[in-house]
Design a binder for this molecule. Structure first.
Ligand code: 5GP
Ligand code: ZN
Length: 136
């Protein structure tokens, strides 16, 4: 399924040109137009899934395998000293394009980026309650 007004459907399927660094029947990997760092790439499935919840399990597995392959290739080609995999779901979580994608962000010393969170605090009781609500 493709979605009419989805820019990543058009890019993934070659209707809109992109700097493609990998392609197979299921995925296209492109360079991000607003890169966090040099070589910031996006893994796009060619089918339209809005987010991780919609992504079929086998495609999710294949996306992670591809992320590993691309990470190794990019490490060797770009000489990055670290790498972040980022995947946002929902606008609250920072998703701006609602076609599933995985960011591969090479990291370099003094690249000026910070991908992380401020650690909070939690009690053992709260952890137990959260655990139980998820595990059931
Ligand atoms: P999100 O915030 O949804 O996780 O990430 C969307 C990403 O897509 C952003 O990093 C943004 O720079 C990138 N992006 C948005 N539109 C385009 C486009 O037309 N071409 C490319 N190559 N990247 C895009
Ligand atoms: Zn799409």
């Amino acid at each position: 399924m493709k979605e009419e007004n989805c820019i990543f459907c058009k890019i993934a399927n070659g209707e809109i040109p992109s700097k493609t660094i990998y392609e197979d029947d299921t995925f296209r990997v492109i360079l991000d137009l607003g890169p966090a760092t040099r070589g910031h790439a996006l893994i796009l499935p060619k089918e339209h899934y809005a987010n991780l919840y919609e992504l079929p399990e086998d495609t999710a597995g294949a996306a992670m395998k591809l992320a590993k392959k691309m990470a190794e290739r990019m490490r060797d080609a770009l000489g990055c000293q670290g790498l972040n995999l980022v995947q946002n779901n929902g606008d609250l979580a920072g998703q701006t394009v609602f076609h599933f994608h995985m960011h591969i962000i090479p990291r370099y010393s003094a690249d000026g980026q910070k991908i992380g969170w401020k650690p909070g605090a939690v009690t053992q009781e709260e952890l137990e309650e959260i655990k139980n609500s998820i595990v059931g």
